[in-house]
Structure formats: C-alpha cells, structure tokens
Design a protein around this ligand. Sequence first.
Ligand SMILES: Cc1cc2nc3c(=O)[nH]c(=O)nc-3n(C[C@H](O)[C@H](O)[C@H](O)COP(=O)(O)OP(=O)(O)OC[C@H]3O[C@@H](n4cnc5c(N)ncnc54)[C@H](O)[C@@H]3O)c2cc1C
Ligand code: SF4
Length: 337
Amino acid sequence: MRPFAYQRASSLAEASRLGAETGRGQCDAPAQFLAGGTTLVDLMKLDVLRPARLVDINRLRERHGGIEVAPQGLRLGALASMSDVAGDRAVQASYPVIAQSLQLAASAQLRNMATLGGNVLQKTRCPYYRDPSWTECNKRNPGSGCAALEGFNRNHAVLGVDRSCIAQYPGDLGVALVALDSQVIVNEGQSQRPIAFADLHRPVDGRPDLETMLNPGDVITAFIVPAGPWTRRSLYLKVRDRESYEFAIASAAVALDLDGDVVRGARIGLGGLAYRPWRAREAEDALVGKPLTEETARDAAHAALAGAVTHGDNDYKPELGRRTLVRALLQAKAMEV
Ligand SMILES: Cc1cc2nc3c(=O)[nH]c(=O)nc-3n(C[C@H](O)[C@H](O)[C@H](O)COP(=O)(O)OP(=O)(O)OC[C@H]3O[C@@H](n4cnc5c(N)ncnc54)[C@H](O)[C@@H]3O)c2cc1C
Ligand code: SF4
C-alpha cells in the first residue's frame, strides 16, 4: 500500500473542506472518505485507489447514523451500519425490500463495519478493474480500452453498457433504493442538496471513469425513501453462485400495490445485470392495470430485459434476469400484508 495522510473530521463542514481537493478522475482523487473502509482499504491494498489523504468520517456516525420511520417515509443516516438497518424491526415491517437487500449482502462482519453511504458508492468487482497489472481498463485507466469485452465477462452487465465498459454494479441496497424513488441528501460546504437516487450513478456514456454526480468534498448524509402503498408488499430476491457471502448475478427489488389481483402500482429495480442500479420502468408499465399472473409477469420481464446486450460468457444473463423478476413478482403477490 502507498503512503497516505490520515485526518479525522469532527463535523460535516470539516469533512467537506478536507475532501474537496480535485483530482484527475475518481481513481486518482487525492482525498477519499473513510467510513467502514471495507471497499476503500481493499482497493488501496490492490493499488487501484491511490488517495494521498483519507478523511475519516466515523465521528459523524452518531449524528448521521440514525433510522427514522415516519408517516411520510423512511430516513436513513448515511453513516448507519448495514447491520443496524437490516435488523431494524420497523424497516423490516414497512420497507422489507430495504432490510432484505442489506441482510443478503456481504457477511455479518462486513455488515457491522460497513455504512450505507459506502455501500452505495462501492466499486465494481470487474477483475480487470481490480488488478492494475491489466492496462486495458477504461474505468481505472481512461482511454486504455476494456479487457472484459473479449475476456472473461461471465458476471458482467447486460443493461446500460457500451463498448467503453460492461462492468456490473455489484451493490444490493442501491437496487432497492432506485426502485422506491429514493433521494440522496448530499452535504456540500454549508448546504445540503437532494439528488434523486436514480441520478447518483452516471450512465456509462463512454466515460466509465466518471462514476457519480458527486463533486469532490460532497458527503452523503442520508437517504430518503418516500412512503407509498407498495412499500409493505416489497421484497428483494438475490440469485448468486452460492447462498451466502456472494454478490448477485441477478437480483430484483419489487414493490407492489395490488387491488385484489390487479396491479395498481409497481416499483421494480434490477441488480447484478446492469451498469448502475437499474429501474425497470418498462416492466412497471407492462404490469399496471393488469392482473398479476405468471403470464403478465413474464411479459413484464421480457420488457425489462429487451435492451440486453451480451458478450459471450454472460449470454445466460437475460434469461436468468427474466426468471428472477418473474419469481420476485409472484412471491411479492403471495405476501400477506
Ligand atoms: C468480500 C466482500 C463481499 C461483499 N459482498 C457484498 C454483497 O453481496 N452485496 C453488497 O451490496 N456489497 C457487498 N460488499 C461490499 C460492501 O458492502 C461494501 O464494501 C461496503 O458497504 C462499503 O461501505 P464502507 O462503509 O465500508 O465504505 P468505505 O470502504 O469506507 O467507502 C467506500 C467509498 O465510498 C466513499 N464514501 C463512504 N461514505 C461516504 C459518504 N457518506 N459520503 C461520500 N462518500 C462516501 C469513500 O470515499 C469510498 O470511495 C462486499 C464486500 C466484500 C469485501
Ligand atoms: S468492464 Fe469496465 S471495469 Fe471492467 S475492464 Fe472493462 S472498462 Fe474496466
């Protein structure tokens, strides 16, 4: 690991100020925030991230680590641990998709250390990104090409990709947050600004090195999930190569408002399949006003994966994605709420 300076921030304003130095790209950003450290320190050891400075934000946990369930919605402090939110009874009852997306992620030890803010900003697990001995990686080394296009791409994305990068967004919480129209609250200097969670991660658009809408020094302080008639009938279905401690190869976050069998409202996110947390609006539109049956669920799943682009090893993903979504929809319909 390369040498770096370590500083602890005692307030948001101090964290923003210390983190605000600009860099050439996200891999080269001279300052990084240290929350749980479970992504950041890993990538520093691998020499993928090379910050000159770490700004420890753990002193902000008390002030920005709360969980509030109110009639108008859910507010989650960005410094809350994954395990605290996964284990919160009110979140489990009113927003099960959020609790499950966290409970099914990583391992118990990681969930205890890791924060929600760090979770949504975690980096891709693309092996070429994580190993600097590969020069070809546009995300780590802009303009160098993409080794995964012709290489090992079994876990790579099929939605939202272009020839510059086919990396998969690996997180689970982000899939639930994008489905539920969540907002991110960001602190910049002295002020707070809300961003739609759907806009936090940039589309690839030929620049995979630019990952989010955040500016240097921006600290995520909270996530707001608006209440809705669909949040109780919601779930997260994760398909992976082994039953625990593994990233998704396909996942679906589903929230339904039903009138008998008929879909009044649907909120759907997909994970393991896309370049960024993916909202499947085509699938939602295909369902609304129709009875939820295996057939309509299949039609919705076809609509969701219609734009899939595969690259050989990941040819299996569109069908796996469709089956995952059908199963999630039918399981959500069967929930007793
Ligand atoms: C073996 C392994 C398996 C895993 N499996 C899964 C899985 O199945 N599902 C899943 O979702 N995740 C999984 N993860 C990822 C894990 O959940 C993340 O590493 C963790 O959530 C990151 O949170 P952190 O607090 O440790 O972030 P850190 O490592 O401290 O930070 C990560 C990044 O976010 C930035 N950052 C952190 N907090 C803020 C903030 N508040 N504002 C602005 N920037 C911030 C940091 O600067 C850094 O760039 C796994 C990780 C490992 C190592
Ligand atoms: S898929 Fe993206 S992260 Fe992976 S090698 Fe290609 S450019 Fe790099």
